[in-house]
Design a protein around this ligand. Structure first.
Ligand SMILES: *Cc1c(COP(=O)(O)O)cnc(C)c1O
Length: 392
């Protein structure tokens, strides 16, 4: 008999009733160190006082009015995101997939508005993840997400990861742009080759096509800069973000330059809930914390320490861990055992992690994780690897 909740997830048999900072507490009072962050969402930990206060205050005033009217919190958040990034404008929605969907539509209508309606195709990378709507599973191109759902949406040309020559070969008169994650997330943490984004940016400029960077997972300070593309010294034309921007409150944003967004006039796109007062109150509070002086520097210090220690851990457990991947606090532990075995062994040590493609286990701790919590995570990893190693 089907469960009341649609059984579309393979869930771990755990339920939490409370969170505090880097910790989650189960309904039977057990404490877990959360290095998964609800898949890179709770980037400031659980129940952060600044976020809780913002949500409570807004909840007592006004929840929702729709985008039929101006929403002051949304305007303020847009102004702040514009000031902090390459972007000139922001569209608000409720999830990563919706933010990417907006990016896809925007890239297409940009060329339509320029008199080139034939330019509607986006080049995307194999192994990518852009969400679970029909357009975004087609963009991702992964068989396991597409199977059974009929013909994929048209308009996506897939090339191997990090292969500029393949992108050049895939270019054509119908190409609208290139869509990719600057650091691969769900597919297994992978960084692009040195210089790749710079060359890709130049290629897009030369061809008059758009560079769309999906920073849904890599954004909001995860890599130690506000956005991962900043490391490459280039800017995109369009950037969907989500996950950590709401700190746990569902929110997505599609940021763009004025030129990229030129076709998106009144009536072209919308969302009933997008950027509602509750979501934007939290989004503004998240920015208050992340943009505070020194916050991102501290993320990098923590990330460097964690990465160093993880490399030593790999050296101690070479039969369990093959390699440590990542950028900042977006870390992938590539396993020699099935990654699900390591996730399970970590669970026994009361540590939450997230599996990923490429047989990796992702560690996505809160950006404000404490030194003692990093030590605790490393001890749990050490114990889990020792147990797994002993069985080999
Ligand atoms: C999670 C993710 C998405 C989809 O976000 P949802 O909120 O699940 O729709 C899109 N792109 C990337 C890079 C992601 O990591």
């Amino acid at each position: 008999m089907i469960t009341p909740v649609l059984p579309s997830y393979a869930r771990t048999n755990l339920a939490f009733e409370r969170g505090e900072g880097a910790y989650l507490f189960t309904t039977d009072g057990e404490r877990y160190l959360d290095m998964g962050g609800g898949i890179a969402v709770t980037a400031l930990g659980h129940a952060h006082p600044v976020l809780v206060a913002a949500l409570k205050a807004q909840a007592e005033r006004l929840w929702h009015t729709s985008n039929l009217y101006h929403i002051p919190g949304q305007q303020r958040l847009a102004e702040r995101l514009v000031a902090a990034t390459f972007a000139d404008t922001a569209f608000f929605c409720n999830s990563g997939a919706e933010a990417v969907e907006c990016a896809i539509k925007m890239a297409r209508i940009h060329h339509y508005a320029n008199g080139n309606p034939e330019r509607y195709r986006l080049i995307t990378q194999e192994g990518a993840f852009h969400g679970r709507t029909l357009a975004t599973i087609s963009a991702g191109g992964q068989e396991k997400h597409l199977k059974g759902f009929g013909p994929p949406a048209d308009g996506f040309d897939h090339v191997p990861f990090g292969d500029l020559a393949a992108i050049k070969a895939a270019l054509g008169p119908q190409t609208a742009g290139v869509l990719l994650e600057p650091v691969l997330g769900e597919g297994g943490i992978r960084t692009l080759p040195q210089g790749f984004l710079k060359e890709l940016r130049a290629l897009c400029d030369e061809q008059g096509i758009l560079l769309v960077l999906d920073e849904v997972q890599s954004g909001m300070g995860r890599t130690g800069k506000l956005f991962a593309h900043e490391w490459a010294g280039v800017t995109p034309d369009i950037m969907p973000i989500a996950k950590a921007i709401g700190g746990g409150f569902p929110m997505g944003v599609c940021l763009a330059t004025e030129d990229a967004a030129k076709g998106m006039t009144a009536g072209t796109h919308g969302s009933t809930f997008g950027g509602n007062p509750l979501a934007c109150a939290v989004g503004n509070a998240v920015l208050d914390v992340i943009l505070a002086d020194g916050f991102l520097d501290r993320v990098l210090l923590r990330a460097n320490r964690l990465k160093q220690q993880l490399v030593m851990l790999r050296d101690r457990h070479p039969k369990v861990i093959e390699e440590i991947h990542g950028e900042g606090l977006m870390i992938g532990v590539k396993c020699r055992v099935p990654n699900t075995d390591l996730v399970g062994a970590l669970l026994e040590e009361k540590l939450l992690s997230v599996g990923a493609g490429d047989n990796q286990v992702r560690l996505l701790p809160p950006l404000n994780i404490e030194e003692a919590e990093i030590s605790e995570a490393l001890a749990a990893l050490d114990a889990a690897c020792a147990k797994l190693g002993a069985k080999l």
